[in-house]
Design a protein around this ligand. Sequence first.
Ligand code: ZN
Length: 88
Amino acid sequence: MVDAKSIKEKVSKKISNAKSKISSHLPSHKHCRMCGVTIDSKADPRICKDEECIAKLEKRERNDKMMRIMFYVFAVAFGIPIILSLRM
Ligand SMILES: [Zn+2]
């Protein structure tokens, strides 16, 4: 029988080995979160200077914020009635 788990472990080990080999040869750098282009390691936020990428990051951050707000709204909307009904 084929042991899928051990094969998976071997493969992931090989991948991580290959990754560490590659990264050890390259000077410290980062990739743009949006387009993947190589950028300065000190770049903050982690994107290139492309206007499209800056706009995308802003959009994503807005979406993240919206998701967080929605989460809190839902937590309050569902959490409070549950807590109240438990206390009754
Ligand atoms: Zn970019």
